[in-house]
Structures are given as C-alpha cells and as structure tokens.
Design a protein around this ligand. Structure first.
Ligand code: FUL
Ligand code: CA
Length: 687
C-alpha cells in the first residue's frame, strides 16, 4: 500500500524522468571542476624532446630546484582545481621509484636517487586544496617486457603501485598512443585489467582515454571542442588509440550516445608538451587562452592546460605571469552577473513540482533548476530590466544530473522596439558560453527551440567582458616582406627589429617592409595614444625562400605542387601524388636555394589538421652542393607527436652543413592510412 501511495504522489508531483545516458556522481563533481593543470616533466625536459626513446641516461633527470609547492601555489592562484602529472611518459621513465622499472627517479641524479616527484606533488596538492591526478602511458619505450604478453601485468602492477601510494587520485589519464615493441609488433593492451586496477584502488577516479569510461579526448590538442558537443558517446566496438571513433566524433560526441563520457580539452600553454627554452617566447597569449577557455569550458568540456615544468623543476616566470593575467581577465569578465538585476519569467513552466522554479535560473547554483512540462520541448525565458544593460556574454547551464537535452536555442534582445536575434547555438550541457559584440537592451529572451526531452535549465547569466586589444599577427611572404595585422578596430601597430619590447615610440607599422635575410620582429597594438597596449608577439624569421626553386618532387596532387611548400604561406601546401602506383612512402621534395649557404638546421610546417594531413613522422634531410650527389643525411629522426599536435617542427643539425640544394625525404607517415606526404612550409636555419 505504502508503495502504491508514493507512486501516485510521484506521478502527481510531475517528477522529471531522467533522459538517456546519465553522469555518475563522480562525473558530476568532475564537470564542476572545469579548469585544471597538466604538468609534463621527465627526461624530455632535459633533452629537448617531445617523445623520448627510452634509452636516455636516467642521470639527465636532475631538476635541482624542484618545488612542487610552487606548482601547486601557481595552479591555485591561477584558479585551477587540480594538477595531473606525467608520472610515466612514453619513454618509460617513472617520476617515482617504481619497483617495476629500472628507469626511474631512483636511477637519476636528482636528490641522489632519493627523490619522489609524485610524493612531493600529492602532498603539495593537499596543502593547497587541489585534487591530484596521474598520467601514465601504456606505451613504454624502455621496459624490456613491452611488446610481450607479460607487459599488461607489468603495467597493471605499475598502476597499482601509483594508485595505492599517494592518496586520492581524481583522474587517471591514459594516453592512447600504442607504439611498436622491440619485436616490431604493437601489443594489445588489456584495458579491462587496467580499468579494474584503477577502480580497485580509486573507485571514484575519472578514467580519461579516447573512449572514457570517465571522460574522453576531444580529438585535438588545440583545446577546442565542437560547437555542438554532447557529453554522450557511442563506444561499442571502439578502443582507445587506433581503434577510437573518428576525431570529429570525439570533438562533438554523439547525440543520444550510449554512455555519459564528457570531453576534456588537453592543450599546452606552449607549442610542445615539454619545457624547452626555445619556446619561452611562444607562451600563449591571454587572448589565445581565452579563446581556448570559450572553446572548452564554454562548450561543455573541461580545460586541462599543460604548464610544463622547466629544467630547474619550476614553472617558468612567463608561464605563471600569463596564468595570472588570464585569471584576472576571466574574473573581470565573470564578476558581475547582470541577470541578477532582472525579473525572470518563462513562457511555460512545469507545474506541481516544488523543485522547478524560474527564479532558480539566477540563484548562482547549478543544482537548482527550471523546466518545462514533459510534452513541451520548447520554452522561452525572458529577463526584463528596469534600466538598460550592456552585455556581450551569455552563460547557460543544463541540470545534467537528469541528462543532456537541449538541441538548439537562440538568444534575442529587444532593440529599437523589436526582438532581434543575437546568437543561435545547438548544445548546452554542463555549460555553454556565447560571445558577441556589446548589446544594450532592457529585455533578453533565451529561446529553447528543440530538445531531446523537456529542457531542464539550471542557470542563465549575462556578463559584459572588458575589451581586449587583439595581439597582432606577423607574417612574411615568399619575397621576404613582413606584414603586421591586427583584428581589433583601428589600432596603431608598433614594432622593433632589435629584440626589445615595442613601445608607442617604436617604429610605427605603415605597410609591408623587407626582411629577406631574417631577424626578430616584435610587435604590439596600441590604442588611445599608447595608453592601451596589447600583448606582445615575437616572430623569428630565417632566410626567406625568395630565390628558391623546387627541382624535384615525387609527384603532386592537382593544385598542390612543390612551390606551395616554399611560398611563405603555411595555408598552402605541397601534397605528393596520391595515385595508387606512386602513392607509397617514401616521398621527397628537393629544393635549389640559389646560393651556397651554411645550414644549421631546418623547419617543417605540416598542415594544421589532425586527420588527412599527410603529416610526416620519420624523415631524413640531405644537403648537397650540386643537387645530384647527396651523401648521407645530415639529420634523420622522427617528428614526435606530429599527428595530434601538428605544429612547426625545428631540427638542428649536429654539425653545420654547407650546400646549395636541400632534400627532405618523408620516410614514414604519421598516419599509416595516409600514404602521401604533405609540406605546408619548408624552411632552413642559418643562424
Ligand atoms: C599525447 C602524447 O603523445 C603527448 O606527448 C602528450 O603527452 C599528450 C598529452 O598526449 O598523446
Ligand atoms: Ca605553403
């Protein structure tokens, strides 16, 4: 009887039935974290590599001033909620003295082998109220058992050791990369075993991989989720790594996907994942970090920002200063929620449910909500102001404990007596932030236009973000003429060529200027006679390809001839022939530099695409006096991580090489399915 009564009572109260795949408690807490730090540290920090080979002398690891409290303090002050560290990267080096490896901090020079980075960091995180997470790569280029069936158990033991020794771990980050073992074969990872080991030790840990189960890779390393982004994903038949869903699917999720596996955007504050002094001037600008924030947190995803620790074992000053500037700008943007001043009404509100109330939309709590009745998949929320407000950001949140529902919505404002559409978008999920130019109004309408089930919305917020002067963009054409542009309205651009920071009194940019032999260009945008300045951009050029000519390529696809690789434009590219008969690696391109030069290295810019890019993985580079006799390569190796992070690659030769002709041989592709090579830009280093 009691059971029947309560069923009736529930029906009467119009409880909202959950819809589709749902988040676990741990996933709900995880989505509220939004922003946290990644730290890459290991032998690569000392060898200037992105992917170590595993044969590095462990003695190179010696971060003599390592201070995990500095990292934690920086993360805390940056407004981050946690730190995830590369406990073991592909080179196999363990940042703790593992029993299951002989390639660890114990064998290093650091603290005479007595140190333990995981211990220091887990203690520091606790002190600063941050959660602690670990990255462990199954791919291990050092462990002798890698590639044999025994390795799965070794990796499980390793995991077990980490997850049982350092207190709570909020996230276990599994890299999908799966390289060949010494026998040339790629092992089959035992994911069930690995997952069981994680959950046995850390039942609440969020497991990251391409396919979760806790959260998923977003499909790129730029930090940008799809404009449509479902927290649900179809995973049947998929595995992490090569067997993962297409990157576009990871980027957007699947509507009505079978499992709740929200996206996490991992991205580095520098071009690479590991610290390198050569990228000190390439730390991302506040503007770039904001774009990433809006592209990740603003699109139903978490933002995992990598801040690599330097050779001293400290976060470098440029990076930490930038993090604080970024925090200040976010705070200035999201300080004053204008919606709090509004009278809120809705065209339709679910009845007989005490939890549903339109006022919940502006109570700053994403656990309370407003909803429509079951049969209403549309509904409009209206904010009315006593006096005009100016805003340029809308933040919406769904009450995702009951599932992700909204498929499309629009924002309108009353302008000159009529409602005008100012933005439209698709999904919301945990959080959606829309940006647009300033709007001045007394009434705003948020129209939910379509949903999978009755919409359940927890927050509506409006903000006015302060203006930010865009960072200029510096480019140089084939002839060697430098252009400086800026997307902000009418700023004055000033630049220097002597390595100093541009001031308002530095030379003013009035049009392209020649720099064929290269140099350092630094620029800033100014407004208000110099009172307002943008962040500084630095671009370093070597010799321009003005006089260069392509003398040979292994064919080219239509419209993608070799000259495109030396036209100074990274948007155009040479693409080797894709005809089946010639489309087998290796592929090559040869260039006549017109002058005999002493070369110290070369640069290779791939197409900025994660799939279909034709990125080269293994390469050999030759220099010749006559373009006929090439001798041995002056450099050969691999462009580590180029598939997922297609940034410009810089290779320095061991010894300078003199010659007039260069030849890049693409020995193996980054993606085995792409039997063609492509080069967006090829450059030489002479300095
Ligand atoms: C990738 C790795 O190969 C990179 O080196 C880096 O660790 C990044 C976060 O994940 O798959
Ligand atoms: Ca080009």
């Amino acid at each position: 009887m009691a059971g029947l009564c309560s069923t009736l009572a529930t029906a009467h109260a119009q409880e909202i039935a959950p819809y589709g795949a749902l988040p676990s408690k741990a996933q709900l807490a995880w989505q509220d974290m939004e922003y946290y730090m990644f730290i890459h540290l290991g032998p690569n920090t000392f060898t200037d590599n992105e992917w170590g080979h595993g044969d590095e002398d462990p003695k190179v690891f010696n971060p003599s001033q390592l201070d995990a409290r500095q990292w934690a303090r920086t993360a805390k002050l940056a407004g981050m909620k946690a730190i995830i560290i590369t406990a073991k990267h592909h080179d196999g080096f363990c940042l703790w003295p593992s029993k299951y490896s002989t390639h660890t901090v114990r064998e290093s020079a650091w603290k005479n082998g007595k140190g333990d980075v995981l211990k220091e960091l887990s203690v520091a995180c606790k002190e600063y109220g941050l959660k602690f997470g670990v990255y462990l790569s199954p791919w291990d280029r050092n462990h002798p058992a890698y590639g044999t069936p025994e390795y799965n158990q070794v990796f499980s033991n390793t995991l077990n050791e980490v997850l049982s020794s350092y207190g709570p771990v909020f996230e276990q980050w599994f890299d999908g990369a799966n390289g060949e073992g010494p026998n040339g074969k790629k092992p089959v990872y035992d994911w069930d075993l690995f997952h069981n080991t994680v959950y046995k030790n850390q039942p609440n840990a969020i497991i990251f991989s391409d396919v979760g189960p806790g959260c998923r890779w977003v499909g790129n390393e730029d930090g940008i989720a799809g404009t449509t982004n479902w927290a649900t994903l179809n995973v049947a038949g998929f595995t992490p790594g090569k067997g993962a869903p297409a990157q576009s699917v990871l980027n957007e999720g699947n509507m009505n996907g079978e499992k709740w596996i929200p996206a996490e955007c991992d991205v580095s504050i520098r071009p690479g994942w590991f610290y390198s002094a050569s990228t000190n001037y390439k730390v991302k600008s506040v503007q770039h970090l904001l774009d990433i924030y809006y592209g990740s947190v603003g699109r139903n995803s978490n933002m995992l920002l990598n801040v690599p620790v330097d050779r001293r074992g400290l976060i470098y000053s440029t990076d930490s200063i930038r993090l604080m500037e970024f925090r200040r700008f976010r705070e200035a943007t999201f300080k004053n929620n204008l919606a709090l001043k509004a009278k809120v009404t809705a065209t339709v509100t679910r009845k007989n449910n005490t939890k549903v109330n339109v006022r919940n939309l502006i109570d700053g709590n994403n656990k309370t909500y407003w909803a429509t009745p079951d049969n209403e998949l549309k509904g409009s929320i209206r904010l009315t102001f006593a006096a005009p407000v100016v805003f340029n950001r809308v933040v919406l949140q769904e009450y995702i404990a009951l599932g992700q529902r909204v498929k499309s919505f629009s924002v309108e404002a009353l302008i000159d007596g009529a409602f005008k559409e100012i933005a439209t978008a698709t999904t919301i999920g945990h959080k959606r932030i829309l940006s647009f130019p300033d709007v001045t109004t007394t009434q705003v309408r948020i129209n939910i236009l379509d949903a999978l089930a009755c919409p359940v919305i927890s927050e509506v917020q409006l903000y006015k973000a302060p203006g930010l002067l865009a960072v200029p963009v510096i480019s140089r054409d084939k002839q060697g003429n430098v252009s400086i542009t800026c997307s902000s309205h009418d700023p004055e651009l000033h630049y220097t060529l002597d390595g100093t920071e541009p001031k308002f009194t530095s030379p003013k940019y009035t049009g392209p200027f020649p720099l064929p032999d290269g140099g350092i260009v630094k620029a800033k945008a100014f407004l208000d006679k110099g009172k307002q300045a943008s962040a500084m951009i630095t671009t370093i050029f070597d010799i321009a390809p003005a006089k260069w000519k392509v003398t040979h390529t292994d064919g080219h696809a239509k419209g993608f001839d070799g000259e495109k690789a030396i036209d100074g434009d990274p948007e155009t590219f040479w693409n080797s022939s894709v005809k089946p008969d010639t489309a087998k690696y290796p592929h090559e391109i040869q260039v006549d530099l017109s002058d005999v030069l002493t070369l110290t290295g070369f640069t290779y810019t791939p197409r900025h695409l994660v799939t279909q890019s034709g990125a080269i993985y293994k390469y050999a580079f030759y220099v010749s006096a006559d373009g006929k006799h090439w001798g041995d390569p002056v450099a050969q190796g691999d462009f580590a991580n180029i598939a997922n992070n297609p940034v410009t690659q810089t290779v320095r030769f061991n010894n300078p090489a003199k010659g007039r002709f260069i030849r890049l041989v693409a020995v193996a592709p980054a993606n085995e399915k792409e039997q063609w090579a492509s080069v967006a830009e090829l450059g030489v280093l002479t300095k």
